[in-house]
Write a protein that binds this ligand. Structure first.
Ligand code: C5P
Length: 220
């Protein structure tokens, strides 16, 4: 049986990739499937939370009526949607793989091919979690970090810089972790820099561990 330990809590979760338009038919995207975020949303709902899942383009669906899904496309759309919902949220979990850059101009017509090289100038997207961290009040803020070297140090840096309460570190050095995989191996780092390494597990089981860790820290 599942304890309804998130009953009465509003949980905001971001998931999936973002698509940054180049012209009416093309975009810059990434390989995120959204699975980790959807699994966390389902787990939070199972535990009694009222969940808003803000997701970039994905084929995933949730059939839990306690999960409200809002579909967005670009990082700017996701930024808007997150700030609209942030004020009333108790717990915010940023699991989306947001594009760091977007094309500076979006061509209004399909770009025609020619024999010349073309250049797409990219400008920086906002860091959504950091922007929420900068205005947070009661909210418990959770981020992810995907690192390939100096993992713990870089993750601690992100925790501080984005004003997070908990960070979930994914190591690409761990076989079986990351994009498109059914499994994940994570390490939790809380805001006092306590480190909790976890075993390689299914993403559903990792989602349960994440909610357990949040409940534990949130109570403190
Ligand atoms: O800085 P980095 O991209 O490694 O941080 C990852 C964390 O920050 C994830 O939780 C991700 O959802 C979030 N993020 C964000 N907005 C961005 C980039 C990352 O909210 N533009």
């Amino acid at each position: 049986d599942t304890t309804p330990d998130l009953k009465g809590k509003k949980v905001l979760i971001t998931a999936g990739p973002t698509y940054e338009p180049i012209d009416p038919v093309r975009f810059i995207g990434n390989h995120s499937t959204g699975k980790m975020g959807f699994d966390i949303a389902n787990e939070a709902a199972k535990r009694g939370a009222e969940v808003l899942l803000i997701t970039g383009p994905t084929s995933l669906k949730t059939n839990n009526p306690a999960v409200q899904v809002k579909h967005v496309v670009s990082a700017n759309d996701m930024y808007q949607a997150c700030h609209e919902a942030f004020q009333t949220a108790d717990i915010v979990i940023g699991a989306a793989a947001i594009a760091d850059y977007r094309p500076k101009t979006i061509a209004s017509q399909k770009i025609k091919k020619s024999d010349e090289e073309i250049t797409i100038v990219l400008e920086k997207n906002p860091d959504i979690l950091a922007s929420l961290g900068a205005v947070k009040k009661q909210q418990f803020l959770v981020g992810f970090a995907l690192e390939t070297e100096n993992e713990i140090e870089y993750a601690k840096g992100k925790l501080k810089k984005k004003n997070l309460d908990l960070i979930v570190l994914n190591s690409l050095n761990d076989h079986g972790a990351g994009f498109g995989k059914p499994t994940n191996k994570v390490t939790f780092i809380d805001k006092d820099f306590n480190i909790f390494p976890q075993e390689l597990k299914s993403k559903e089981a990792v989602a349960k561990d994440i909610i357990d860790q949040i409940v534990k820290n949130y109570a403190e």
